[in-house]
Ligand binder design. Structure first.
Ligand code: ADP
Ligand code: MG
Ligand code: MG
Length: 940
């Protein structure tokens, strides 16, 4: 399990043939984090570029792995030899002696693997102290209290880390002593007290391990090294690696850093601190960090004393502050990255103890990328590669106030990011009423259906107790950029009674809740949210992205709101407008139903004539918002029965209406009887629950519903996904497509007349053969002629095809004869490639498939590059053979994911269309796809 090819270094030429296990900071390879661990590699690197690091050496991760593999669990002789050599070198360099009572060398022993793993092992400080060297430390520092304090800390830490003694064993005598003396704080203890406690601690070690505390300093060192090695397989470390999916490929074994101690606690000319080279919260290019005078490193983190902000150091120690600024500049200049560093000042000398790349939030990451590029510290390419596109999501949605400490009452799936608060409503109609009343509401349902769409518009966010990340609620909410938590199974929604149960709590309509679609949490009451910021810095970075990328980013948008957002976020056009979403709006649905119920072509045409101006208006709005960018309109796709209620629902409604009819008749009878009971003059004051004509109204409602029921039964399909939909619908009911095509062209013509430069793209869904395209193209040509004549203007449109049927991929060469563009509908293409119906797959077997690695990912979320992707690649190739200038894009949901975008770039697509809120993410991902193309090819 060799980690490295490095030849043995000189300076450690212990056993002629033994591998090199140990590297001085002066010559370890600072780039080899796998071998030396992140901390060790950086200590080497800093030493070699002239930063003042306390001298020391690194024992490699390879040594750790060899040790852990060995039967004996003894350190190999070669390693011990090499350590001895390194200690000798340290003694020479520092002029001190390891274990020398008169001038002792003290060491810190620190762990560090290739990836930073918090909590892997505690650092041992002051190694080398024993009863003989302690007087030396007292004499050297002239500070008896300090020396004893160091000693008792060392015994405890060493006892715990290297000998496995529980902290509690040390705390017992310590607390007893403090109690006896009546003191609360450690600093109140005298040298005498600390001496006594040290002696008690030595006894603890003896009684707990049956051995005396090791006096031999080399013995101490060997035990410490073994303890670090063993910590790699300790429970904390193993759990951490499992939790964060850290594979041996990423980090294997821990290195051990042995370093000369420096003291920040030897007086008021000493200090210790931690710093960031820039502000990790805002990204601002300023000194950032905290320090403590007369303290040891851990004290800053431990929070026993309150540290001071770093700029106060300028007053406290002006010279040191200057040096610290220089250190920070040097670190950034060398690493070209924001650094998170630790330092100690010992008697006026500044030492750097550690540096690593700084972690920061998305705001800071964006700002530092831009500023470091502008400062010339990194290139523009590097600035773009430094940001994880998904991270941008944090910036594009409202977030919960990060200071809130509220605990969630339930958790579901993070289905659409962002946070929102509002009063609960249990149905879409009420959501609308409440919104019109000026209320903020959260729509809470078991699950949602297409007819709930107006509720989505009205609500701040959506919460469902059933369904996954690809449920209707999730997909629609994502498309709109509204927060959604889906499948929160801990909540029992009872829509009928308008209540929901969460554990023992009962929620009523009107109660306020908060949802966080970024993590799936649900909270009771209102939690403040922080609005999103689309900063100037982000705008600039995305402009750079666009300059680099080959792929254009378009947006899926059906509404003016989505189109406006898309435009704001820099979409280059609309890649998919689903016209059926427009049909679902409340003012159109009755017309759509009339159209469906029509008995004859004439009736249908008449109903469609009412719809046409409405659609025209929709299209005009979209064209204007996007002008001069293209708008791709997909003609009606779903089977028309989707606009009707289900058979069961209709049967129920008819049943109710029939009962109502009887009641209404009863009321009529009552009115008649009244005249016999009361005098005429009293009659006008009586309530009239159902006025004249009530019966007719109910009768016509019954007739309508019965008509709908007959139609629903007539339209029933065994498998609607493979049924009467898309272009098939357009061919069987040409008047529907003709209406839509006319609406598009008239909208375009009118926009032109008003001076807008508009580019409609007409797109056919579900195409599998050229003949289908030709059939509809004929209608398009006819309508074009008529509209152009009527408006006396050109309608510049393009005609293209969705590619979402396997056969279409195989016939791409032929389809391209008639289609000017292709757009991959990867949702359907995935369904048809796998023969999985999505909802069934995701509810029934896909989770198990993923768990058992039968499929690596859910192909509806992550584009299946190997199968579906291959089909796409073939279709692009054959399509372009027929028509080299063929525009090809993708409009499936996966289009917004960076991994899919890499693939789309790789196979030479022209554009990617994703939901509006993901446009910025996709823009950055497109640039990265271009920049990382070589690596991607190697990966494939
Ligand atoms: P962590 O991974 O928890 O940051 P470190 O190895 O950095 O652990 O050690 C923790 C602390 O121990 C450091 O912040 C520093 O204050 C102190 N420390 C480590 N090495 C030395 C040293 N050579 N001299 C003085 N203090 C040290
Ligand atoms: Mg540590
Ligand atoms: Mg540290």
């Amino acid at each position: 399990m060799s980690v490295t090819e490095l030849p043995p270094k000189s300076g450690a030429e212990a056993n002629e043939n033994a591998p090199c296990f140990v590297y001085s900071f002066k010559d370890g390879d600072g780039k080899n984090k796998k071998l030396l661990g992140g901390k060790g590699a950086n200590l080497c690197e800093m030493t070699q570029i002239g930063i003042n690091v306390p001298p020391g050496f690194v024992i490699s991760t390879q040594a750790c792995l060899d040790y852990l593999d060995s039967e004996s669990k003894e350190l190999p002789d070669a390693l011990i030899d090499q350590v001895h050599k390194q200690i000798e070198a340290l003694e020479q360099e520092t002029g001190k002696g390891f274990g020398d009572p008169d001038n002792m060398l003290l060491l810190s022993v620190r762990s560090g693997s290739a990836l930073s793993m918090p909590g892997m092992m505690d650092t041992i400080l002051n190694l080398g102290l024993n009863s003989k060297t302690l007087p030396g430390l007292i004499a050297q520092t002239g500070n008896e209290r300090f020396a004893w304090d160091a000693y008792r800390r060392f015994i405890q830490l060493f006892g715990k880390v290297a000998m496995g003694i529980a902290d509690a064993e040390f705390d017992k005598p310590f607390d007893a002593m403090k109690k006896r003396l009546g003191v609360k704080l450690d600093i109140e203890l005298s040298a005498e007290n600390l001496k006594e406690i040290s002696e008690l601690y030595l006894e603890v070690v003896h009684s707990e391990t049956g051995r005396p505390f090791p006096e031999d300093v080399f013995e101490q060192l060997k035990l410490a090294i073994k303890a670090v090695f063993n910590s790699w397989l300790g429970k904390r470390a193993v759990d951490y690696r499992r939790e964060f999916n850290i594979t041996p490929d990423m980090a294997n074994g821990t290195a051990v850093n042995v370093q000369t101690m420096v003291f920040g606690n030897m007086g008021d000319d000493c200090a210790t601190g931690v710093g960031f080279t820039r502000n990790p919260g805002t990204g601002e290019n300023v000194m950032f960090g905290e320090y403590l005078i007369n303290a040891q490193g851990e004290d800053v983190v431990a929070g026993i004393r309150t540290p001071h902000p770093v700029h106060e150091l300028a007053k406290d120690m002006p010279q040191m502050y200057k040096e610290l600024v220089a250190l920070r500049d040097r670190l950034e200049e060398h690493y070209h990255e924001v650094q998170d560093y630790e330092y100690t000042i010992e008697k006026g000398v500044l030492y750097c103890l550690q540096t690593r790349n700084g972690k920061m939030n998305a705001t800071a990451r964006v700002r530092t990328s831009l500023e470091m590029a502008n400062e010339g510290l990194i290139s523009r390419d590097e600035a773009l590669l430094r940001i994880d596109p998904e991270e941008l999501d944090q910036l594009l949605h409202p977030r919960l106030d990060p200071d809130s400490r509220e605990l969630p009452v339930a958790q579901g799936l993070p289905a659409s990011p962002g946070a929102a608060s509002g009063s609960i409503v249990f149905d879409a109609d009420r959501a609308e009423l409440a919104r019109d009343d000026g209320q903020k509401v959260i729509l809470v349902r078991e699950e949602t259906k297409p007819e709930d769409i107006h509720g989505f518009f009205a609500a701040q966010g959506v919460l469902t107790s059933r369904g996954g990340k690809t449920s209707h609620a999730a997909v629609v909410a994502r498309g709109m950029g509204k927060p959604c938590v889906a499948g929160a199974e801990g909540i029992e929604v009872d829509v009928e009674h308008r209540i929901a149960h969460v554990g023992d709590t009962v929620l009523h309509e009107g109660d306020v809740i908060t949802i966080d679609g970024g993590n799936g949490n649900v909270y009771l009451g209102e939690i403040e949210t922080v609005p999103p910021v689309f900063s100037d810095e982000l705008r600039t970075l995305l402009r750079w992205s666009d300059e680099i990328a080959d792929l254009k980013i378009m947006s899926n948008a059906d509404t003016i709101e989505a189109a406006t957002l898309a435009s704001d976020y820099g979409a280059m056009g609309i890649g998919l407008c689903r016209t059926e979403r427009m049909f679902n709006a409340q003012d159109r649905l009755p017309l759509v139903i009339d159209m469906i119920l029509a008995q004859s072509r004439e009736d249908r045409v008449e109903a469609l004539e009412h719809l046409r101006p409405i659609q025209r208006g929709d299209f005009k709005d979209l064209f204007k918002v996007m002008s001069p960018r293209p708008v791709t309109i997909r003609l009606l796709d779903p089977p028309i029965h989707e606009f009707l209620p289900s058979e069961r629902q209709l049967e129920q409604e008819i049943d109710h209406l029939k009962r109502l009819r009887e009641t209404v008749c009863g009321v009529d009878d009552l009115m008649g009887s009244m005249q016999l009971i009361r005098r005429k003059s009293d009659l006008k004051d009586l309530p009239k629950p159902f006025g004249p004509g009530g019966l007719e109204l109910v009768d016509s409602a019954i007739a309508k519903k019965q008509q709908m029921l007959i139609k629903v039964r007539e339209l029933f399909e065994v498998n609607p996904m493979l049924g009467h939909r898309g272009v098939r619908l357009g061919i069987t009911y040409p008047e529907i497509y003709e209406m839509q095509i006319r609406a598009i062209m008239e909208a375009a013509a009118e926009c032109r007349r008003e001076g807008f430069d508009v580019h409609p793209d007409i797109m056919l869904p579900q195409v599998c053969t050229l003949k289908e395209l030709l059939w509809v193209h004929n209608i398009v040509d006819k309508v074009e002629g008529e509209v152009e004549a009527e408006y006396n203007t050109d309608v510049n449109y393009r005609f293209g095809s969705m590619i979402e049927v396997v056969r279409a991929c195989m016939r791409a060469g032929r389809l391209a004869e008639n289609a000017e563009f292709f757009s991959f509908g990867t949702n359907d293409l995935t369904q048809s490639s796998f023969s999985f119906s999505r909802e069934d797959a995701e509810n029934k077997f896909l989770p198990l498939y993923e768990e058992n690695d039968i499929l690596q990912d859910n192909p509806f979320e992550t584009l299946d590059v190997k199968g579906v992707g291959r089909l796409m690649q073939i279709a692009v190739e054959w399509g372009r053979k027929t028509r080299p200038e063929l525009k090809v894009g993708i409009c499936g949901e996966q289009g917004g994911h960076p991994e899919s975008i890499r693939f789309c770039h790789h196979i030479g697509l022209d554009y990617v269309s994703c939901s509006a809120p993901r446009v910025p993410i996709a823009r950055l991902a497109a640039a990265q796809a271009k920049l990382l193309e070589k690596e991607y090819e190697a990966e494939l």
